[in-house]
Ligand binder design. Structure first.
Ligand code: AMP
Ligand code: MG
Ligand code: MG
Length: 331
């Protein structure tokens, strides 16, 4: 290839490097024990020092390399200079070497919108920290799966890329992947995908045929959510934190549907996960079966809920109770 890589591939390669650095910030803040927790709209809507630092890092790094791209981050932060040590200018070389799908090869920076969730699963991150730094556990470590440290897997960093209102590429870093292996293990992994190219950084697997395993929220449930799940007659229900984490469960064959029949998730929660899921043939819609749009001017809230599957999307859609459809307007 004589010409330089397409803008989209350079943006994905940068997002990959930036997401890896973000993962180390998330680990370092946990290790420091000083989370700097702030309640946003309430006790179920939190922000930590890691959310703030990572958003600054991602937004400043990407806007320095791609000044014309529109970048929208979850956190509402005061405008201030970003420390140089938070700037990541690297690019993943494997991604740079892949050829860009034809339909995106001539996209321009100004046509792209990046949706950033600096830390998805903040609630679980703070709960894990509370246990890790509780004096009882510091003195006497408890076997991991009996304690909320298992919640560390729920935490991800999400960078989604949209064009023409559609999620076309995404990067997910899971900072604590492999933490069960204990001291010395190298922590974290990065998954990424581009529509028309595929998704990488994990092994695609499906739940055995006919088995309905639903993954859903553990901290933002309500009657709409539970009524909908019940109507789908699942064989099993898994309650975990994070939109990114739940999409990872779908593509790794741990769950067959991600069901959240409620407002609460925002565009930065679904953009990167949706792109990766769609890159491997899955589907993410609202509870009516409509696609979400990711243009720069859209409303942030995914008001009509989230339904994501690798296959059999129609089955889950057909089971959504009428009362739930009426309660969740798609606007
Ligand atoms: P969950 O599955 O509960 O971890 O939610 C996935 C994402 O949506 C996380 O980023 C949550 O913070 C967000 N979310 C879902 N429901 C709510 C809510 N009621 N209030 C605030 N954020 C929410
Ligand atoms: Mg989130
Ligand atoms: Mg977040």
């Amino acid at each position: 290839m004589a010409s330089s890589p397409a803008v989209l591939m350079r943006l994905v390669a940068s997002s990959y490097a930036v997401a890896e650095q973000a993962g180390s910030v998330v680990r370092n803040v946990l290790q420091s024990g000083e989370l700097g927790i702030v309640e946003k709209t309430g006790a179920n809507d939190l922000q930590t020092l890691a959310d703030r630092l990572v958003q600054k890092s991602i937004c400043a790094s990407l806007s320095r390399s791609f000044p014309k791209v529109t970048i929208i981050g979850e956190e509402d932060l005061p405008v201030e200079a970003v420390e140089e040590n938070l700037i990541e200018s690297g690019q993943n070389s494997v991604i740079l070497q892949k050829s860009c799908p034809n339909q995106y090869a001539s996209l321009k920076e100004e046509e792209l919108v990046v949706w950033v969730d600096p830390l998805d699963g903040t609630k679980e991150y703070t709960e894990a920290a509370r246990v890790l730094y509780h004096p009882v556990y510091i003195q006497k470590p408890v076997h991991h799966h009996r304690t909320p440290t298992r919640l560390l897997d729920h935490v991800t960093v999400l960078i989604g890329i949209a064009y023409g209102g559609k999620a076309i590429a995404g990067v997910i870093n899971q900072p604590f992947y492999n933490y069960q292996l204990g001291a010395g293990a190298s922590l974290g992994r990065t998954l990424w995908g581009v529509l028309g190219l595929g998704a990488f950084g994990f092994q695609l697997q499906e739940v055995p045929d006919g088995k309905r395993i639903i993954t859903t929220t553990r901290s933002h449930s309500n009657k709409l959510v539970t009524d909908t799940i019940q109507a789908m007659e699942p064989h099993d229900v898994i309650r975990v934190g994070g939109a990114g984490n739940k999409i990872i469960q779908l593509v790794e064959g741990k769950a067959s549907a991600y069901v959240f029949a409620s407002p609460g998730c925002k565009k930065w929660d679904t953009c990167a996960p949706e792109a990766i899921l769609h890159a491997v043939g899955g589907k993410l819609t609202d509870m009516h079966g409509n696609a979400y749009r990711y243009n720069a001017d859209v409303k942030h809230m995914n008001s009509a809920g989230v339904l994501a599957t690798l296959r059999d999307h129609q089955y889950y859609l057909s089971r959504v109770p009428q009362a739930v459809l009426e309660a969740l307007s798609s606007d």
